[in-house]
Design a binder for this molecule. Sequence first.
Ligand code: PMP
Length: 383
Amino acid sequence: KPKLLMTPGPTPLPPEVISAMSQQIIHHRTKEFGEIFSRVNENLKKVFQTKNNVLTFAASGTGAMEASAVNFFSEGDTVLCVSVGVFGDRFINICKTFGLNVIEKKYSYGDVANIDEVIEIIESNKDIKGVFITHNETSTGVTNPIEKLARYLKNTDKILIVDAVSSLGAIDLKTDEWGVDVVVTGSQKALMSPPGLAFVSVSEKAWEFYKTSKLKKFYWDFKKYQDNLLKESQDTPFTPAVTLIRAVDVGLKLILDYGLENNFKRHTRLAHLTQLAAEKLNLELLSKKEYSSAVITAIKSPEGVDIEKVRKIMNQKYDIMVTGGQATLKGKIIRIGHMGYVDEFDLLKTIECFELALLEVGYRNFEVGEATKAVLQEIAKEV
Ligand code: PMP
């Protein structure tokens, strides 16, 4: 049986996406490829909610995170990195690697960024040229309220770079309306596509920063990708991952046919059902409900329970992959992903097996079937 990926990426693929990948390779300097790629670009703009071009790279999300540091800054530039978890910390490490002067604003794992505090830091450090922040912190299941920060920065001479790797397409991010300059995402999460592609949108303000950036880049030089999008038959400067582009073409179409707004609602509902199950199991969330993510729910391990064993039982016995904690959260939490091509019934099965796995490791502080019943009753309300 294939494993059910209730993880924060990679996520399961719709059959239409799988079959799109079983076609012969076409050459990328052809009209045929140009047509597919143009459609992908137009649909990416819709999902990114931007009028600007979205650049496509054969890379994982981290590659595009790195690229968004090297394309807009120079050694010694001051930037502010706001971190609420592992992926916020990654931006800090990337910026330091390239010699940027990094002001770090870190919050405890499980907390949300306090945007008023962040704005205060920006106001008291006139040298800050850019702000890096994670939209949805996958490691802790927290979504940062970036709209306020974006709207504030819109009227300044600084740019905002957002890691939306685990949120774009599933959690609302109004790139242009809010004024987010650079948005980074990957193919393998909410976009219902395989791993291997990274996407970046770039605002006009960010292109001005590009002109003065002195950090070295060749493969990652954004202008090369932008120039190829300005051609009549759009393509990429280097050989694209043709098969993955075919796949994402279908993934994007499925999302847009379903409707972006509907997709946001669907994810919020899956999160609500997961939170409800946790409550019935007398388990605590890592973060407060108000900022708990729509795409991944981080649940604290109860005292004395080997939560890693629970994760392994779910995987090995029930073929359901959920994830554990990363970094200092290892062994302390379990994360249930509800992202992309998973539905209420996948979640229902996950909760049933979660109950059984908890029982198997000796956790008894719940009524067997209560969590499953609560989720089913919620689903039944829609019948
Ligand atoms: N940022 C966030 C928020 C993520 O969830 C991930 C992947 N888990 C990444 C960055 C890194 O993406 P990748 O593994 O594709 O490099």
